[in-house]
Write a protein that binds this ligand. Structure first.
Ligand SMILES: [Zn+2]
Ligand SMILES: [Zn+2]
Ligand SMILES: [Zn+2]
Length: 108
């Protein structure tokens, strides 16, 4: 567990930029908030390994919900902002383009 800008990121995070034991590449610097519990994790595997409940994805109607955190600068993004951002709007850190493959695990 780590804390970035007052936000607690749970799970098997291995460094201060939210890389975890599952995703530890140079561009794996985003933590996500989960709709089911409202808690932040580096990835869905961290979430699923830490809790006993079923993961819920964010519906498109929650576009204004704060769902993503940049591990580089601590900026938070709404669902709409994160989906439109190939990089952090605040610090320009590139996000992993392969995250799109896992989009359905987090968002409807
Ligand atoms: Zn949850
Ligand atoms: Zn993980
Ligand atoms: Zn940033």
């Amino acid at each position: 567990m780590i804390t970035i800008g007052g936000i607690v990121v749970r799970g098997a995070a291995v460094d201060a930029q939210t890389r975890c034991v599952h995703y530890a590449g140079a561009v794996d610097v985003v933590a996500l908030r989960f709709r089911c519990c409202g808690d932040w994790y580096p990835c869905f595997r961290c979430h699923d390994g830490a809790v006993a409940h079923e993961r819920l994805v964010w519906p498109a109607a929650d576009a204004d919900a704060v769902v993503a955190l940049c591990g580089c600068c601590g900026a938070t993004m709404t669902l709409a902002e994160y989906e439109a951002a190939p990089e952090c709007p605040s610090c320009g850190a590139a996000f992993n383009p392969r995250c799109a493959l896992h989009h359905h695990l987090y968002f409807a």
